[in-house]
Design a protein around this ligand. Structure first.
Ligand SMILES: Cc1cc2nc3c(=O)[nH]c(=O)nc-3n(C[C@H](O)[C@H](O)[C@H](O)COP(=O)(O)OP(=O)(O)OC[C@H]3O[C@@H](n4cnc5c(N)ncnc54)[C@H](O)[C@@H]3O)c2cc1C
Length: 310
């Protein structure tokens, strides 16, 4: 039996610490509970929103007028080199379990906040690796037919920060199965700590934000690409430049609107600097950044952060 609560403040569940109340809120820890919550939404004719760790979200100040379903399917099981992880498991927990089980492959993802479900949907990645590299299959619930569907890695249609689960929102990730390789637990743990230390040294760990705000844009202008190469000593990857670099070129580092600011540590991070930024502050700053970058360089930035309740 699920426990549906009313008027629950969503800011407490987001890394931005921004967001108004959910009209209805429920935590589900099994497929049956998820189905029950979806049926509730259907009966009441209201929208549902699937919440993972809340680390890639900008929630509206008005909150969400339907039901927010927080995924707490927290199972982990290993069998040889295979590890199956429930969508609600924090990614770092899955990585720590893989280290204990002497399974290598996920170390460079250490320190990406959020759950396995959120990471699969957005094909989370860092330091040149993406989660898709070790995915064998994903199990998802089709919220329209209520059937559980299995996707092999190819069917997941992963590419830069996207997957079939982002393109077709009716699919709710239930679990992911990772194919890993046998390794040495101390070496794996060392790689995990090195990765986390590298992230901590950026000064962005634990700040009130939703991670990189914009996707790295494609750039056609040869001048911009040449400038990037001159600045970095290496050419751009596949015609893309880091969003943070181009925002920096537009001299927006530190730009503030209300309580929201472009981070001094990384220009692709919008931070809730004061702790009391509103979603509206962030939206105005986001539009300003887009407009400035478009006007100065003819490049259209696209948001990586998911906007909810707008
Ligand atoms: C400080 C910081 C650093 C970050 N660094 C990185 C980084 O290096 N690389 C990177 O890729 N990301 C990074 N991020 C962004 C974020 O951590 C990832 O996008 C993460 O994978 C989101 O997972 P989540 O569980 O928090 O998802 P949420 O924020 O809860 O949700 C994000 C989206 O996924 C959907 N979703 C969540 N769970 C499921 C599910 N089970 N089934 C279907 N849809 C679901 C939600 O509906 C929503 O649309 C960072 C964020 C922060 C705050």
């Amino acid at each position: 039996m699920i426990n549906i609560q009313e008027n629950i403040l969503l800011s407490q569940f987001t890394s931005f610490r921004i967001g108004g109340p959910a009209r209805f809120y429920v935590e589900v820890s099994s497929v049956d509970e998820l189905k029950e919550a979806l049926l509730y939404a259907k009966e009441k004719n209201i929208k549902f929103f699937i919440l993972g760790g809340g680390t890639n979200l900008l929630m509206s100040d008005n909150g969400f007028q339907g039901i927010v379903i927080r995924m707490k399917i927290n199972t982990i099981c290993t069998n040889g080199n295979i590890m199956e992880v429930g969508c609600g498991v924090p990614l770092i927990k899955a990585i720590n379990v893989s280290a204990t089980e002497e399974l290598s492959g996920m170390e460079s993802l250490a320190g990406i906040p959020g759950t396995v479900g959120g990471a699969i949907r957005g094909n989370a990645g860092a330091f040149g690796s993406e989660i898709c590299a070790c995915v064998e299959k994903v199990s998802a619930l089709d919220s329209e037919t209520m059937e559980v569907v299995s996707f092999d890695a190819k069917e997941c249609d992963f590419s830069y920060r996207t997957s079939v689960f982002k393109q077709k929102e009716k699919f709710i990730v239930l679990s992911a199965t990772f194919a890993l390789t046998a390794g040495n637990d101390k070496e794996i743990q060392q790689k995990v700590s090195d990765t986390i230390n590298k992230r901590v040294s950026t000064g962005l760990h634990g700040v009130r934000s939703a991670g990189s705000f914009f996707m790295n844009p494609f750039v056609e202008s040869k001048d911009i690409l040449d400038n990037f190469e001159k600045d970095n000593g290496s050419p751009s990857r596949n015609g893309k430049v880091p969003a943070g670099w181009i925002i920096d070129q537009a001299e927006l580092r530190g730009k503030k609107i209300g309580g929201a600011a472009v981070s001094q540590a990384h220009a692709n991070y919008i931070v809730n600097d004061s702790g009391d930024a509103s979603a509206e502050d962030v939206i105005i700053l986001e539009s300003y950044i887009k407009q400035q970058v478009r006007d100065k360089f003819g490049v259209q930035l696209e948001s990586e952060v998911n906007h909810v309740g707008f």
